[in-house]
Structure formats: C-alpha cells, structure tokens
Write a protein that binds this ligand. Structure first.
Ligand SMILES: Cc1cc2nc3c(=O)[nH]c(=O)nc-3n(C[C@H](O)[C@H](O)[C@H](O)COP(=O)(O)OP(=O)(O)OC[C@H]3O[C@@H](n4cnc5c(N)ncnc54)[C@H](O)[C@@H]3O)c2cc1C
Length: 464
C-alpha cells in the first residue's frame, strides 16, 4: 500500500529542509525508532527535522504524492507508541520549531511553536506572573505539539482541566500540504464545527500542528502541598471520594501505592516520609491568598484524619515540595528501571469508582498471577495500573498480560470508564477500541480520518 522512501524522495527532502536535517545513518535513526512505550519499536527509513510550517507543508505534499507514510514526532515521551513509525517511511520531527513567539498580557494568551518543551513554557509565563496549568509528569522532556496530539493531562487536571481546555487557536498542515489557521486569541467561537478540538487528542493522525495559541491564567501565588500516608489502600481511595463528595476540590490529589513510592525512593536515593505506609495521597492546594489556602488546608487535613490517615505532613517550603513532586514524577521511570519488562495502563473512571477500581486490580493481580503497582491522578479518576514482570518467561508474561489487560478493560468499562485517560490509543490499544466505543462511533471516526487523509499517509497504524 505504501512506497519506500526512494533516493529521489530523499533528495527532495534535503532540498526542502537542508541536507543536515535529513537523517539516515542507523545511529541517528535509532532514537526515533521508539518512544517510552515498553517493548515497542519500528525503524523509520528517514528522519526529517523541519523548521517551519512551509517546510512541513512541502514534506507532506511530497509524501502524499509519493504515498509514503509520515509519523509526526515531538519529544518521544509518549506511552502508547504514537510517535513510533510502525509502517516505516518518514519521521517528521518538530523539535527544531521551539520558539515562544509571544506572551500576550492583554489577551492572556501565548503563541508558541510545537517544539517548545512544556516545562519551558511554564517557566517563561511564570516569569511574567502568568500560569499555564497542564503539567504532564514528563513536562521537562515532552513538547507542546505532543501534548496537543495526546490532550495531555497531569496532576493539576483535577482543578484546571487538560490541554484541550487551554487551546484557543492552531495552525495545522493537512496531509496534502495545505496550511490551515483555526481559531485565534478568542475566548468564544462557535463558527461551525470545532476543528480545533477534533485535532486536540487526534494523536497526529489528522494534521501536523505547527503553531499553537494557548490561554493563560494569573499565576496562583500561594501553594501548600500535603503528603498523607494511609495504612491501607481502601482507606486512601475512600478518602478521595469523601473529599470530592464534600465539594472540596484541591488542585491535585495524586495516589501512590507503597511499591510506587519505594521504587522512586530507590531510584532517587532519597527518602520519602512514611514510605512504609500502604498508600499515600499527595494533595496540592493553590490560590491567590494565603489565608484562603490555609483554610482549605485545615478542611482537607481534618477530613483526611477523620477518614483514618496516619498523619498529614505539610510541605509549605519549596525544597520540601520539590522533593515530594520529584518522587511522584519519577515513578514511571523508576518502575521501568526495576522491571524493564513492564506495561502501563491508563484507565479513567468516574471519581466515585476509584475504590472499586483499586479493589478490582488487586483481584485481577491475584487471579491471573501478575504483579501490579497502581498510582495516578486519583482526584480525576485516572489511575495508572502498571503490570510488572520480575521473573516470568516471556511467553507466559505476554499471555498473562493480555488476560490482565482484558480483565482491566472489562472492569473499567463496566464502571462507566474509558480505556485510556491521557496516554492515547496509539499503536497498542487499537484492538480494544470497538469494545470501548461501539462500532458506530469507531466508523464515524474512520470517516473523519478519511476526509482529512484520504491516502492514509499521516501516522498510519495508530488509533485504528
Ligand atoms: C515519565 C513519563 C510521565 C508521563 N506523564 C504524563 C502525564 O502526567 N500526563 C500525560 O498526559 N501524559 C504523560 N506522559 C505521556 C507523554 O509524555 C505525553 O503523551 C506527551 O504529551 C507526549 O509528548 P511528546 O512531545 O513526547 O510526544 P511524542 O511522544 O513525540 O508524540 C506523541 C503523539 O503526538 C503526535 N505528535 C507529536 N507532535 C505533533 C505535532 N506537532 N502535530 C501533530 N501530531 C504530533 C505523534 O505523532 C504521536 O502520535 C508521560 C510519559 C512519561 C515517559
């Protein structure tokens, strides 16, 4: 169905971006053959590092005419293989397009290119008293284009929502090379179908994002973080539900099982208080006024103790806060370090079902005989369930993993949940899509894909 990348195509690519930005040597291609998804890799034939929308347009036009697949790539931090070129062809890297073009105080908007590192956008706007809330744990390595394509969330999604809640405008290049401007510095816009939010979360399958306008907020000046240990997992999960039921919405409520905290401690060689506790909640409270944040802290602290927390540790100074968050952000890497054969699931359920999910995961783990570690964004119902393989033969591991995945999805869907909250379908969850959404919804999605990309050259092998 696709053509190989011929010498003539490579020549044209060199003319478009300059020869030094067309990579073909094996050692140069290797980093582009995988993302952070364990056990998945596929080699591109060529990597092209574009520097402008015009270059992206010319590359896509050429690939479309020649029927060569193109896989857009940001920071390669994805956890569902979205940036892995499973059909070979061209990897289109957006890393060079890394300029923050404008921070507009009068409209509270920033205009940026897709290669801006998320953490750098944070720092740039915070230096001007502004705030861009979405904070995936990979924020120092992932790029804004990748965040748009995956609708990245993060701990602060509980109070502030995910990437889609901040995107007001996009410049995108369609698979045939046409450059489209969508939206702008507008808060309100209901002119026709909402193509911006169709592209957000579309995993690089509909168009390549070349410019982004995001909404900003005033930076919340005050912040207090609480580390709350529990001596059993159910009590921690019930506390999350109790907090939401009482209309208390912190900025984040992160959940970490003991083994997640321990793995992180070992990786960082730093101690986390109460690390022997069965589970921890990491709760962040933010606001503009200290008295308000402290009042919220009193309510949350009391509620946690009433529910049976072992203690409530307050981190109000920056070094203590940074230590706690460093441990939280390190979990995925720490688990992968300890068990290179592992698999991360990313289910999302109504918040009230968090206790049922955690109980169900324990049951699946015991019944199938597979090790699990859970952590994640408990406040918004998004639990990362990690399956680990410390000692099983590869065949047995794969068989049990598949059984465990199916059981987890059955449980999640029976609770009204979704099979992925923020990591995406990518190259690893396609076969569960119809079960999750139903035949009709998937068929509509296929038709949308065909109307953007009739030759299916853009990121084939993803989602469907
Ligand atoms: C340690 C760790 C922690 C993580 N924590 C979180 C978390 O808290 N929340 C969360 O949501 N995710 C998290 N992730 C997953 C990942 O970081 C996010 O999915 C992130 O958005 C990926 O961005 P990236 O730039 O690395 O994208 P890539 O992995 O390079 O690509 C991801 C997808 O985006 C597409 N894409 C990239 N750029 C463009 C573009 N310009 N136009 C069109 N399509 C494009 C690619 O084709 C691919 O389908 C984590 C990952 C790791 C490794």
């Amino acid at each position: 169905m696709y053509n190989p990348v011929s010498e003539q195509i490579v020549e044209r690519l060199r003319e478009i971006v300059g020869p030094q930005y067309v990579l073909m040597a094996q050692d140069a291609l290797e980093p582009y053959s995988h993302d952070e998804t364990a056990g998945l890799s596929a080699w591109p034939e060529v990597v092209v590092r574009a520097n402008s929308a015009q270059e992206v347009s010319e590359i896509l036009k050429l690939a479309n005419e020649e029927r060569v697949p193109v896989t857009p790539r940001g920071g390669g931090q994805g956890l569902s293989g979205g940036a892995v070129p499973v059909q070979g062809g061209i990897v289109l890297s957006l890393e060079r397009m890394n300029r923050i073009l404008e921070i507009d105080h009068r409209n509270l908007m920033a205009t940026i290119e897709p290669g801006v590192i998320t953490g750098e956008l944070h720092r740039a706007v915070e230096a001007e008293g502004l705030f861009y809330p979405p904070d995936p744990a990979s924020l120092d390595s992932c790029l804004m284009g990748g965040n748009i394509a995956e609708d990245a969330g993060g701990p602060r999604a509980l109070k502030y929502g995910t990437t889609q809640d901040y995107v007001q405008g996009l410049e995108v290049v369609l698979p045939d090379g046409e450059i489209l401007q969508l939206g702008g510095k507008l808060i309100k816009n209901v002119s026709g179908y909402d193509l911006i939010h169709l592209i957000v979360g579309s995993e690089g399958t509909l168009a390549v994002v070349t410019k982004i306008i995001v909404k900003l907020l005033p930076f919340p000046k005050e912040q207090i973080d609480l580390l709350v240990p529990f001596d059993d997992i159910d009590t921690a999960a019930d506390t999350v539900s109790a907090m939401i039921a009482q209309n208390v919405i912190p900025t984040t409520i992160e959940f970490m099982e003991r083994e997640a905290v321990k793995a992180s401690e070992r990786m960082l060689d730093k101690e986390v208080p109460f690390s022997d506790a069965a589970a921890h909640l990491l709760i962040q409270l933010t606001g503009q006024r200290l008295d308000e944040v402290e009042a919220e802290m009193d309510v949350v602290g009391e509620l946690c103790l009433d529910q049976g927390a072992l203690d409530v540790l307050v981190a109000s100074d920056r070094p203590t806060r940074d230590r706690l968050w460093e441990a939280r952000r390190m979990i995925i890497e720490a688990i992968a370090h300890e068990s290179p054969m592992n698999h991360t699931e990313d289910i999302s359920v109504p918040r009230s079902e968090i206790p049922a999910v955690l109980r169900g995961v324990r049951e699946i783990s015991e019944r199938i005989g597979i090790r699990t570690i859970c952590f994640g964004h408990a406040g918004d119902g998004n639990v990362h369930v990690n399956f680990l393989n410390p000692d099983l033969e590869e065949d047995l591991w794969e068989q049990r993993l598949e059984e465990a995945q199916q059981a987890l999805y059955d449980l999640t869907l029976s609770l009204g949940g979704a099979i992925t909250g923020e990591h995406g379908i990518g190259a690893i969850r396609q076969k569960y899509l119809v079960q999750a959404l139903g035949e009709s919804a998937v068929e509509i999605m296929r038709r949308i894909k065909a109307s953007f990309d009739p030759n299916s050259i853009l990121n084939p092998g993803k989602i469907f």
